[in-house]
Design a protein around this ligand. Structure first.
Ligand code: T5A
Ligand code: NA
Length: 214
């Protein structure tokens, strides 16, 4: 009986306009070129019924109570869990554009208690690597499209950034489940090289873990 090697679960986090989606797409094509089976995922997934409610809220087309929208963001992740698990089990690596760290950071920055914000996401699949694209809110502000959505306000983004750093400080800097801080204020190719370096380490580590005991 042959065992399929599990894919790596790689999350990209960061402030609004830090370049997550741009880098997620670059990483996907780079992995494909290296013959790694890879799938791109994104939260919020605005295509599902829950995602459509989130989309209307973010575009300020509807008002939703802070706790209710928090739970919807979390529900939007839970509805993808079986797909995440089966994809990884089939040996495909996932690049995930935002995840539960965004859920906690944005709601806590609005003033909800941190412990309450964490609870609905407890026991979601844990990332093997989280790449945090760090950028100062004033550089982010100068990028295309800033200010179009509800949370793109400098003062809120500063609070979000602080909470992201607090969440990252709780995670290991090496090995499984680590958090890597990437300076996203640099040019596109330099940021892409930094991400590639971190991803290569994690994919190598996952391969080693899988071969232990076989
Ligand atoms: N949210 C999300 C919650 O409150 N709770 C949750 O649980 C979750 C999951 C929408 C909002 O939802 C909140 C957080 C957000 O406020 P979203 O759909 O991910 O989240 O938001 P988007 O608008 O899709 O993405 P962002 O605004 O976060 O932008 P990205 O993906 O970080 O940036 P990207 O790649 O689109 O690039 C932005 C611009 O900068 C340029 C790009 O060309 C583009 O114009 N750019 C660069 N310019 C210079 N140098 C570089 N290195 C550059 N990289 C990109
Ligand atoms: Na994005």
């Amino acid at each position: 009986m042959s065992t399929v090697q599990r894919g790596a679960f790689i999350v990209i986090e960061g402030l609004d306009r830090s370049g997550k989606s741009t880098q997620a797409a670059l990483l996907q094509s780079r992995l494909q070129n290296a013959n790694v089976s890879v799938k791109l995922m994104k939260f919020p997934d605005r295509t599902t019924p829950v995602g459509k409610m989130i989309d209307a809220y973010l575009r300020s087309q509807s008002d939703v109570d802070d706790r209710t929208i928090h739970l919807l963001f979390s529900a939007n992740r839970w509805e993808a869990v079986s797909s995440i698990e089966s994809t990884l089990a089939a040996g495909t690596t996932i690049i995930c554009d935002r995840y539960a760290f965004s859920g906690v950071a944005f709601s806590a920055a609005k003033g909800l208690p941190l412990a309450w914000c964490r609870s609905p996401d407890v026991s979601l699949p844990a990332p093997d690597l989280t790449l945090f694209l760090d950028i100062s809110p004033d550089i982010a502000k100068s990028r295309g499209g800033y200010g179009e959505e509800r949370y793109e306000k400098e003062e809120l983004q500063r609070r979000v950034r602080n909470i992201f750093h607090q969440l990252g400080d709780e995670l290991p800097k090496d090995g499984a489940g680590r958090w890597a801080v990437i300076d996203a204020g640099r040019d596109l190719n330099t940021v892409s090289e930094s991400l590639w370096h971190e991803v290569a380490i994690t994919i190598h580590d996952c391969t080693k873990q899988d071969s232990v005991g076989k």
